[in-house]
Design a protein around this ligand. Structure first.
Ligand code: FES
Length: 153
């Protein structure tokens, strides 16, 4: 498996600026968010990912069993490039009626991504670390329009 390369996302020029919905008088009101083109929806097949740089902010977009999710490329442990890690079905260790474990199994419903720096794993669909929600990936906003995927940062 090759390490996914980061490609530069094109800034969406036509109406691609999404303003933050903050109240009047809020100092954040003048800040704005921009959308970046990830690609066409049909280009990101099931199981694939695309990691793009949005003016220096890296985001990974994944097709997880037909569902699109996006995470900032920053691990909850020490900020490693988690979106470029290997993806596996979650490994389970079933305990039998005698309280013994004899084998390991893949969980058909859950996929984890493994950060390449120190091996922390996160559920690719929820972003949560198996040890709890306290450690989680930061979700990036996605939009689908005209058959294209956009990341908003
Ligand atoms: S930075 Fe990701 S596991 Fe340490």
């Amino acid at each position: 498996m090759t390490n996914p390369r980061i490609k530069s996302g094109d800034e969406h020029e036509d109406g691609g600026v999404a303003h933050l919905d903050v109240g009047e008088g809020n100092p954040l009101r003048k800040r704005y968010m921009k959308s970046f083109v990830v690609g066409r929806v049909d280009e990101l097949a099931e199981g694939e990912r695309r990691v793009i740089s949005c003016n220096g902010t890296e985001v990974g977009v994944f097709n997880v069993d037909g569902q699109l999710v996006a995470w900032y490329n920053q691990c909850a442990h020490r900020g490693g490039p988690v979106c470029q890690g290997r993806i596996y079905r979650q490994v389970r260790e079933p305990v039998n009626e005698n309280g013994e474990t004899r084998t390991l199994q893949y969980d058909a419903k859950r996929k984890n991504i493994v950060c390449p720096w120190h091996g922390w794993e996160f559920d690719l669909r929820t972003g949560h670390h198996p040890g709890g929600e306290r450690f989680a990936l930061r979700r990036a906003k996605l939009e689908i329009a005209d058959g294209h995927i956009y990341v908003i940062v």
